[in-house]
Design a protein around this ligand. Structure first.
Ligand code: IMP
Length: 420
């Protein structure tokens, strides 16, 4: 087998898009299998910048076929814009993009509910894209799946009772009700446009895996946003691990041979929730600016929260994913720093807490490293690493006890060094 999952080990935005793009060149298939357009990947290739939310970034290579799997939630309006943008940039999608009929559809009422829930007691800082409410419907066994949606008769029959249910909720919030007929008409047009891409590919994918074809499973978000093992309740609504990818792609767990975990050389988070190594005001003023560090959310444009690398959290993330290797990204963002810290443990506790209320007691213990004070952007070989980069990278590898395979030193496709 020739299969690899690439997953985030932090709170998303680890630079997976760039790593997946680098590895996609030699793949036959790239498969997205969880989350929705809450995700955002940016890729800079041949001096052009591409933004992806749902379509796997492997689509940039003509030889790659891309699948959007059963475990995802799909906002048709957003996906159609993404398709249109790629076509405008000259990317041919015919027979290269397939959407599973098992995936669930995000409707405008999911988005409105997401935004209303955010005004409630727990403000999670979601992306407001309707992801959580759509997964809620899926788990409650009343959601509408792509395969049902593209059949107008089934769609109409399923939509009416759902809209009635949602309208009862909107009444409680004193919100305007939805017109089921208008929604049907609007979404029937979208369904016609997307239906050429809909195909149940799970069986074919399994056969291709067994034939030894190269398959990359593309993770979205990160381990610390995982619905089960993330910093609950400040998490997303899907399983972001490699096992979650197997479930969402419709393949057995034994079909994922290797898992590469992606982590930044520091930590970021968008949205609310615990962040033990978050910078103090002083540290923030010494760090690269958000603009230089490129630390604005791809999906929402929000400024990301910044902090030092957190080894205890990464160890958990590696375990949850069974990661077999690592990619370390955004080393270049640290180029101008006098010193860099890594959290190597927590005072009084041996591992991150389970319950939300316990996070405020967590006190990180740090090791401090000298910066290298040199641009690393043009480095092409490991031998060119400044001594202090080597010390820093080696220490991370030994603390995590997992081999670092790729070090990324900038957003461009070329700015990366393969170590192993
Ligand atoms: P939701 O996925 O929109 O429900 O948001 C739940 C949490 O996950 C919020 O803190 C979001 O900011 C975060 N989140 C969701 N998707 C991403 C992502 O792709 N990158 C980073 N954070 C994300």
């Amino acid at each position: 087998m020739n299969t690899l999952a690439v997953v985030g080990l932090q709170w998303g935005d680890e630079g997976k898009g760039k790593i997946i793009d680098l590895l996609s060149k030699d793949q036959d298939y790239v498969v997205r299998a969880q989350g929705g357009h809450n995700a955002g990947h940016s890729v800079i290739a041949e001096k052009r910048e591409y933004h992806f939310h749902l379509i796997p970034s492997g689509i940039l290579y003509e030889n790659v076929v891309c699948y959007i799997g059963a475990g995802t939630v799909i906002d048709p309006a957003s996906l159609l814009i993404e398709i249109q943008n790629l076509q405008n940039q000259g990317i041919d999608l015919k027979n290269r993009l397939k959407i599973s009929p098992y995936a669930h559809v995000i409707f405008p009422y999911h988005r409105r509910l997401d935004q209303l829930q955010e005004k409630g007691e727990i403000h999670l800082g979601t992306t407001g894209r309707g992801i959580g409410p759509c997964y809620e419907d899926a788990v409650a066994r009343r959601g509408i799946r792509i395969g049902e949606w593209i059949d107008p008769t089934t769609f109409k029959k399923r939509l009416q009772p759902l809209v009635a249910l949602k309208n009862r909720i909107f009444q409680q919030y004193d919100e305007a009700e939805i017109d089921s007929n208008a929604l049907f008409e609007e979404y029937e047009i979208f369904a016609k446009e997307l239906s050429p891409f809909v195909e149940s590919f799970e069986d074919h994918l399994d056969q291709e895996i067994l034939k030894g074809k190269k398959i990359l499973f593309e993770g979205a978000q990160g381990a610390l946003l995982d619905i089960h093992f993330g910093t609950y309740p400040f998490v997303t609504s899907s399983s972001t691990s490699s096992s979650g990818l197997a479930v969402g792609a419709g393949v057995g767990p034994s079909r994922i041979q290797k898992t590469m975990g992606v982590t930044k050389a520091y930590t970021t988070r968008v949205g609310n929730g615990p962040f033990p190594t978050e910078f103090s005001q002083d540290e923030l003023s010494l760090f690269a600016s958000h603009e230089i560090a490129r630390e604005f959310g791809t999906t929402t444009g929000r400024k990301r929260r910044l902090g030092w690398l957190d080894i205890p959290l990464l160890k958990e993330a590696i375990r949850i994913n069974g990661a077999t290797s690592l990619a370390l990204t955004k080393i270049d963002v640290l180029d101008s720093l006098d010193f860099i810290k890594i959290c190597v443990g927590y005072e009084n506790v041996s591992r991150p807490p389970v319950f939300h209320g316990e996070w405020s007691n967590i006190k990180p213990q740090f090791e401090t490293f000298h910066g290298w004070k040199k641009s690393t952007k043009e480095i092409k070989k490991v031998e060119e690493f400044p001594k202090n980069v080597r010390i820093f990278v080696n220490r991370i590898e030994s603390l995590l006890n997992c081999p670092i395979e790729i070090v990324s030193l900038g957003p461009e496709r070329e700015s990366a060094v393969f170590l192993k």
